[in-house]
Design a protein around this ligand. Sequence first.
Ligand code: SF4
Length: 252
Amino acid sequence: MQKERLDELMVLKNISTWIIMIFLGVVISFITIKNIGNETIYGFVLYVISIIIMIWALIFVIITQILILIFKNEKIYFLNYTQIKIINKMEYFIIIAIADFLKIDKKYIRRFFIKNNNTAVESLNKKTNKKDILILVPHCIQNSKCEIKLTENIELCRKCGLCGINELNKIKKEFDINIFVANGGTAARKKIKDIMPKFIIAIACERDLIEGIIDTENAPTYGILNKTPNGPCANTIFNVVELREALKQFVY
Ligand code: SF4
């Protein structure tokens, strides 16, 4: 397993561990106060904690309902892009921590948040100059048997047509646009920091895509999911039509 994946797994496990520790801490505090025998303090603490839990639960339910509405109707209603980005981020980490704790498949949860992000990006209704756009693609799109090392310069591709890099070259030529093949999240973050794009179109699997979207603060990021018919991280494919449509929608 790649180091980056192990790190992400550790983060999620840490979140779950913290939730359990806080819960245990509250339970132990209750038992201790009850054993000391001070009914007034016990009652007061119970009251305060109940109120806090109820407020949090209420906020959580309201935000979840808003996100479900956005997902179903592909409309942002009274919210703006920044507000959706904030609530998407807040809910994502809570729900992923719970899903991780309950051992639920997180693929569909991630798709939900990617779709909501894309709805928010589309709601901006703006086109960006091609010079300020960056297309980020994962290295697993390149055929694993290809011997050419591609990152900065995808034009090194010999255009044999065995993988999606060939199509990316055509798109690069046609739209005269920046395309970067990232070897991982760190390389993608560095590229973004270096060239400071105003808009990003990212192609990746569910996990990398949503975590990259959440991570990127300064540029709206539109996500396109890649497909993994050969298993994760190997000879992945993407929908060229979807990428072309996104470019027509967001580039001038
Ligand atoms: S299309 Fe380009 S990158 Fe892909 S396998 Fe052929 S030469 Fe390599």
